[in-house]
Design a binder for this molecule. Structure first.
Ligand code: NAD
Length: 438
């Protein structure tokens, strides 16, 4: 199914606040649209652009048949959504997860559009995914699934069209298969078609931990603004995956006390500070479960969120901070590593309490910023050293933070509203200048 909503058949009489189209109905999509509507109201955005931005420009749904190791054939559902192509090729991760559907992939693609515009990257937003639990597939089944998925969405992809990257459930090896499958079709190596690849085939130094590094850079920036010394600050992190563990490591190295971490099974709490390097070694290299580490008290994920800590970093899944727990949060700063971890109701409660929320589209932009660097290096065939990558990342992300903060203060609004308004306005300006085809 291809939904093409590039504009030519938009109905001028459709009310600006009509409900989202039914096939996208999903709480994450509704959250993304509700956030968009609020920012659009504040911007006084014209109703034609509003209609356009609420739905994706292109959405492709594919059935992916693969032969399983036992000889049977199984069909998985896959998606690739390009939310907006006005400012350049689209960019966004590929997620392998049992909850993937058209609605949440579209929401994630929309957030990518605002994120790229906010940080000044010349991309629109995209997202893709396959509804699958990758832990249930063998290595060779995972490879066949990836290659067939890429073959099915091939017409949308290309270094000047749409450039995927890793997300939940995918990794550098899977990106290598994406690059190889695309390159086999073209007949030559095309490293710029995907980012988050291994270094040997055009990956960038500093990409793997870029999102966690960006989270750490912004946490330190906020503490500096409040004149809080690093060794006086404490941190709780929900989700100890790629992003959460990297953020923990950088903040630990900067002298902050990480008092709580968690994964899907639950969390560890130690008010004196957790030994992060030891935990990373035992959890990742020796594959010991968190609960077996015995370096702190065992707590639930709900308890982690209301831990007494200066900084809370939700780095797991969406809709974790809700109206049920927002009032009990004890932190001064929430920095959203995950996409959509805070509901609209919780946002209002946190604003009332004076908790600063650095929103997802700003906080976790380190990943797409260094993906942009990887793409630039691939298309130029000129590679940078790690110090260059880190400095340029810090420069872009802290500039975006300062600009968003200044805008929020000037408009007397939240950082989330400011970030959304700035991102949306950039995309709206591109549409105004390009006009409506035909
Ligand atoms: P990951 O799969 O490596 O880690 C996710 C972590 O969250 C794991 O520790 C997992 O056990 C835990 N978790 C999963 N479900 C949970 C639940 N219901 N409650 C508590 N913990 C749970 O994923 P990641 O790459 O670290 O991404 C984490 C978040 O950051 C996601 O929301 C992702 O969209 C977002 N993000 C990631 C990147 C990136 O570069 N990887 C970039 C931008 C945003």
């Amino acid at each position: 199914m291809i939904v093409n909503t590039s504009g030519s058949h938009m109905s001028a009489d459709r009310p600006a606040n009509s409900p989202p189209i039914p096939e996208l109905a999903h709480p994450t999509y509704q959250l993304a649209v509700a956030q968009f509507d609020r920012a659009a109201d504040a911007l006084n955005l014209d109703r034609n652009l509003r209609q356009r931005f609420r739905v994706p420009q292109r959405a492709l749904t594919v059935g992916i048949p693969i032969r399983m190791d036992d000889g049977s054939v199984k069909v998985f559902m896959g998606y690739r959504v390009q939310h907006d192509l006005a400012r350049g090729p689209t960019k966004g991760g590929i997620r392998y997860h049992p909850d993937v559907n058209l609605g949440n992939v579209t929401a994630l693609a929309m957030w990518m559009t605002w994120k790229c515009a906010l940080t000044g990257l010349p991309f629109g937003g995209a997202k893709g995914g396959v509804r699958v639990d990758p832990s249930q597939l063998s290595h060779s089944e995972l490879e066949r699934l990836t290659r067939r998925y890429v073959a099915e969405i091939f017409p949308l992809l290309g270094p000047d069209k749409d450039i995927p990257a890793p997300d939940i459930g995918t990794n550098a090896q899977i990106m290598a298969w994406v690059m190889d499958t695309y390159s086999q079709q073209m007949g030559y190596a095309v490293p710029g078609v995907v980012t988050g690849k291994p270094l040997a085939i055009g990956g960038s130094l500093g990409r793997a931990d870029a999102t966690g590094r960006g989270i750490a850079d912004l946490t330190l920036e906020a503490l500096h603004m409040w004149e809080i010394r690093n060794d006086h600050a404490t941190v709780a992190i929900q989700g100890f995956g790629n992003v959460g563990s990297a953020a923990a490591k950088f903040l630990y190295d900067a002298g902050l006390r990480i008092v709580a971490i968690s994964d899907l099974t639950g969390g560890l709490y130690n008010p004196k500070g957790l030994p992060i390097p030891e935990i990373i070694h035992r959890y990742y290299d020796q594959h010991e479960p968190l609960q077996a580490l015995k370096v702190g008290e065992w707590i639930t994920n709900d308890e982690l969120l209301v831990t007494d800590a200066t900084v809370l970093i939700p780095a797991a899944v969406s809709e974790q901070i809700t109206e049920k727990n927002a009032g009990q949060l004890k932190c001064r700063l929430v920095i959203e590593a995950a996409n959509g971890p805070t509901t609209l109701e919780a946002d209002a409660i946190l604003e009332e309490k004076g908790v600063l929320v650095i929103p997802d589209i700003l906080a976790n932009s380190g990943g797409v910023i260094v993906s942009y660097f990887e793409w630039v290096q691939d298309v130029q065939r000129f590679f940078w050293n790690e110090t260059d990558v880190q400095h340029r990342l810090r420069e872009i992300i802290t500039r975006a933070f300062q600009r968003t903060l200044a805008f929020a203060r000037q408009r007397n609004t939240s950082m989330r509203m400011a970030a959304l308004m700035m991102g949306i306005e950039q995309v709206a300006e591109a549409h105004r200048l390009r006009g409506l085809y035909p």
